[in-house]
Design a protein around this ligand. Structure first.
Ligand code: G3P
Length: 478
């Protein structure tokens, strides 16, 4: 209806002076669903100035008060799930139920963060000098954690609310101010979420949400001199951000090629259901999705049959109807996935289902007998396609996993816990799940990628620590 969602700055909803807007496509209907403001570089400058000054007084606000406001925001968020959940369905085609889950999880994350924050930030250290050679007990050292300043948060399309909140809450509890740049698809969900923080009554300028094209304001934001920390989740744009960013802490999660190693003693029903959950939930559009199955040849036929039977039961269709498989986020993403599928076809992979696509909707597909010369053995489809590579030894599986440029998570299925732990130690990934599909949550667990999967660890506690610096005062006695 032509309405353009406003951006949020200085505690108010504003229209950009650019007079331009950015259209947000509904992945399922491929029609414009919403429009948001195309903010200008001047507006970014203004927001940064506000963030800088608001942070100064926020840092002096008692920790318990910061926590109280976050708890309030969490409660408001949970009481107002509908607009966020609805826009998640429309902007990113996330199934309706999962959209609600994302919002609830986000509320819980904010509350947890407030609680964790008052504990870890409420505690400092006291050191005595005489433990180090040559010193008497004449120096008392007091340490505490202080905020960094302005944190720039850039979440991805797949969890616009949750992965925004997972950056906002730790930043705020630690006394930082926050500038949010939502993904284009997911921007309206983010704006609704920011409204919950607005209603909670945070000081003006402390939180802002700036919308627009990454190509126009992306570099300007990430290279802005006022920014003291960047927390980014997304694709390999993160690598270029990290090259351009200044001397500031970076927290980046940039995708994965999570392997699922299946030993011959594994419970194959458990493996099959985890491949379905891990590989096909939200149509495979998760960094932590199972992106390659490495199964021992001796059990491969049986496993593939079991997964095939479960794939046949997946529903495909609109997110409003809670279909298991929904349209992928964009036409270019669907084209990319199709490219990987066609490459595998030319090179002789076994198609367990017929390949089918309508618009951005791609039917779930299991590819067996994938070989290392196929692109899908290495590349991240971010779609409902799962490749199966048959292996003849566990080492072959570990080698394939470690040859990847990614190193986010992985999983191993076996009843032998000793073997599982040795395999986990050998896998060059940030996390290894034993007998379950990869997953970021529960959200207080550490979450980090090795290699091109990112830098810095996430999870509530690690994020709070990453968004602080240590400050020391030394009392020198005569
Ligand atoms: O894709 C983003 C990543 O954070 C995945 O989260 O909860 O699906 O494991 P989750």
């Amino acid at each position: 209806d032509g309405e353009v969602y406003k951006y949020y700055a200085d505690g108010e909803w504003k229209t950009s002076s650019s007079g331009k807007s950015v259209a947000i496509m509904n992945p399922a209907t491929r029609k414009t669903q919403y429009k948001v403001q195309a903010c200008t570089q001047e507006e970014v400058n203004a927001v940064m100035e506000l963030a800088k000054s608001a942070q100064k007084s926020w840092a002096k606000t008692p920790l318990w008060k910061r926590a109280e406001l976050l708890h309030k925001a969490a409660a408001i968020l949970k009481d107002n799930k509908a607009p966020m959940a609805e826009s998640l369905v429309k902007e990113i085609a996330k199934p309706a139920k999962d959209s609600v889950t994302e919002v609830v999880r986000s509320g819980d994350l904010i509350s947890y963060c407030a609680e964790e924050g008052v504990r870890i930030l409420g505690e400092g250290k006291f050191l005595l000098s005489d433990s180090f050679p040559g010193n008497d007990r004449t120096k008392y050292c007091l340490t505490s954690k202080i905020p960094l300043g302005v944190v720039l948060a850039i979440p991805p399309f797949n969890y616009p609310v949750n992965l925004a909140v997972s950056k906002i809450a730790p930043a705020l509890i630690a006394g930082n101010s926050l500038v949010l740049k939502p993904p284009t698809q997911g921007a309206v969900s983010c704006l609704h979420m920011v409204h919950c923080f607005h209603l909670a009554g945070f000081p003006k300028g402390l939180i802002s949400c700036i919308t627009g094209k990454g190509s126009e304001i992306g570099d300007f934001l990430t290279m802005h001199p006022a920014v003291n920390c960047i927390s980014f989740t997304g694709g390999d744009t993160g690598i270029s951000i990290s090259k351009k960013a200044g001397m500031i802490p970076l927290q980046m999660e940039l995708g994965g090629k999570d392997a699922c190693i299946v030993l011959d003693d594994a419970d194959l029903d458990l493996v099959a259901s985890n491949i379905i959950k891990g590989g096909f939930s939200y149509s495979g559009q998760r960094c932590t999705a199972v992106k390659v199955v490495l199964v021992m040849e001796s059990v491969a036929d049986e496993l593939v049959e079991k997964v095939k039977a479960k794939v046949a039961k997946l529903t495909v269709g609109p997110p409003e109807e809670n279909s298991d498989i929904t349209a992928v986020v964009s036409e270019s993403s669907a084209n990319f996935i199709e490219g990987l599928v066609m490459d595998a076809k030319e090179k002789g992979a076994t198609f367990c289902q017929e390949y089918k696509r309508e618009g951005n909707l791609i039917w779930p597909l299991l590819l067996d007998n994938v070989r290392p010369d196929m692109r899908i053995a290495w590349e991240e489809p971010f779609g409902p396609v799962v490749p199966v590579l048959r292996i003849n030894s566990v080492e072959e599986g570990i080698n394939h996993c470690n040859a990847s440029n990614f190193g986010l998570q992985g999983c191993v299925f076996t009843k032998d816990i000793n073997k599982a732990i040795l395999i986990s130690d050998a896998m060059e990934t940030g996390t290894v799940q034993i007998n379950s599909a990869p997953a970021r949550g529960p959200d207080h667990f550490p979450f980090q990628g090795l290699k091109d999967s990112g830098i810095g660890s996430q999870g509530v506690t690690n994020s709070i620590n990453l968004m602080t610096k240590v400050k020391t005062t030394v009392i020198n006695l005569p």
